[in-house]
Design a protein around this ligand. Structure first.
Ligand code: FAD
Length: 431
């Protein structure tokens, strides 16, 4: 193995593999270092992979990638203790080429994707931990690994080491993340025959469904739960910010147990067998938490740069898009023979001009607002359920009278001004 590369990428998740793949396709000499036994072995995701950003890398990837189901239906549940108000969208066009998104199992998908990078010329080394970046005269010149004689050098090092980027911290790009900047999520993969999945979720062959669940799924705290369909298994998970967990004294595994036994959820899981139990952090600080993303000889991509839109559960796509943008900046830097921060800032400019930072900016105050005002989860969700129950119960009361009674009970409970303030605040946070 040469001891100097054009590019060293740390971490073979969607961000790192995308960056490595594009660099290698453009003739650069790339080393991709992964600490897991194989790419994906340590990676966790609810499971929705977005078509667009993956297709930008590998056209028609769905013809060969190990995917579970194309998602044709997205449901949203506002769940109380014994009821749920739901809305969503089902579109058969999402079940046909070119599709919208897919459920995936990361252990399989990441391995396949990394293999595509290897075929493009990337040298992949597994079971190797990068312990620090090597810095000379203010420039990152390589990495130290836990292997004997484990120093390797490169013109550019790409930090794609995920949510808790120790390497970014070592370089002073960010501090320790605060408990309100990360969510802890636990999930389980539950095996279930495909006929049962199709019946329970009203699906045909090769159609998938996702359900996002708010309210009682997190016992009224800021956060969300999910239930996604794979071919022959379901992914179920729940998470809240660490700060909410600490404040409400929640234990993540208790929360998952509570969710699995919830009367609205349990019937979907009945007869299933637990196959895997996983836990992982999600960066949820959003716009305000994005660290410095380019320095002399170094760029930061994906979760390591906090690029997750928690409101739309988009992370893998942002990881891939940022990996591609970083690769393009590195290719230009190589052509110019200039790996300085100002040269690599081309990546920062592309990132800030893209949907990634624009979307994070749109929701920049959302997490803070909803964390500070948990009434949206623990008061308004139950209220909405009570209102729906009252409105849809046929008892001979005229509908206008019902409407008035519902409005009266809401304003009596909260006060008109308070309700209007809360609605305005929520609108401002997501507008
Ligand atoms: P990762 O996927 O975390 O990859 C980082 C890689 O770096 C890992 O392979 C790790 O082993 C390796 N690594 C770390 N440190 C080192 C080191 N020092 N040396 C060598 N290797 C190292 N996103 C979606 O788009 N859709 C979803 O449905 C969705 N659901 C989610 C549900 C859960 C429960 C979680 C936790 C996340 C979810 N996300 C989802 C977010 C998504 O998983 C991430 O945004 C995405 O994986 C980020 O990719 P990444 O490559 O930046 O980081």
């Amino acid at each position: 193995m040469p001891d100097k590369f054009d590019v060293i990428v740390v971490g073979a998740g969607p961000a790192g593999t995308s960056c490595a793949y594009v660099c290698a396709k453009n003739g650069l000499n790339v080393l991709l270092i992964e600490r897991g036994e194989y790419p994906g072995s340590k990676n966790v995701m609810g499971g929705v992979l977005y078509r667009k950003q993956m297709e930008d890398l590998i056209p028609e990837f769905w013809k060969e990638a190990p995917l579970e189901r194309p998602v044709v239906e997205q449901r949203f549940w506002m769940m109380d203790k014994e009821s749920v108000v739901q809305f969503g969208y089902k579109g058969l066009e999402w079940g046909m080429e070119p599709y919208n998104n897919f459920t995936v199992l990361r252990a399989q998908f990441d391995q396949w994707f990394a293999q595509k990078a290897v075929e493009a010329g990337v040298l992949l080394i597994n079971e190797t931990v990068v312990t620090e970046c090597l810095v000379e005269n203010g420039k990152v010149v390589g990495v130290r690994t836990d292997r004997p004689d484990g120093d390797v050098f490169a013109d550019v090092v790409v930090l794609a080491d995920g949510v808790n980027s120790l390497l970014g911290k070592q370089l002073g790009f960010h501090n320790e993340f605060r408990p309100d900047e990360v969510a802890l999520t636990v999930m389980e993969v539950i095996n279930l025959p495909k006929e049962k999945i199709n019946d329970r979720f009203n699906l045909h062959e090769n159609q998938g469904c996702t359900i996002e669940i708010f309210g009682d799924s997190t016992k009224g705290n800021l956060g969300t739960a999910f239930l996604y369909t794979n071919k022959e298994s379901l992914n179920i998970g729940v998470g809240t910010t660490l700060s909410s967990m600490i404040k409400a004294k929640l234990k993540p595994y208790d929360l998952l147990d509570y969710l699995k036994n919830h009367p609205m959820v349990k019937p979907y899981l009945e007869g299933g067998e637990s196959a895997e139990y996983l836990a992982h952090l999600i960066p949820e600080g959003g716009y305000h938490s994005v660290p410095k993303v380019a320095g002399n000889g170094v760029v930061v991509i994906g979760d390591a740069a906090q690029l997750v839109n928690a409101i739309h559960r988009e992370g893998s796509n942002m990881a891939m898009a940022s990996g591609k943008m970083a690769a393009e900046a590195i290719i230009a830097a190589k052509a110019a023979g200039n790996f300085s921060e100002s040269s690599l800032n081309r990546y920062r400019e592309a990132l800030y001009d893209s949907f990634i930072i624009k979307d994070l900016e749109k929701y920049k105050d959302a997490a803070h607002t909803f964390e500070k005002h948990p009434q949206y989860f623990n008061e308004y969700v139950p209220m909405l359920n009570r209102a729906a129950s009252k409105f849809f119960t046929v008892d001979g009361t005229p509908k206008r009278v019902k409407q008035k009674e519902i409005m009266r009970s809401i304003t009596k409970e909260k006060g008109t001004i308070k309700v209007m303030q809360d609605m305005y605040r929520a609108w401002k946070a997501v507008k």
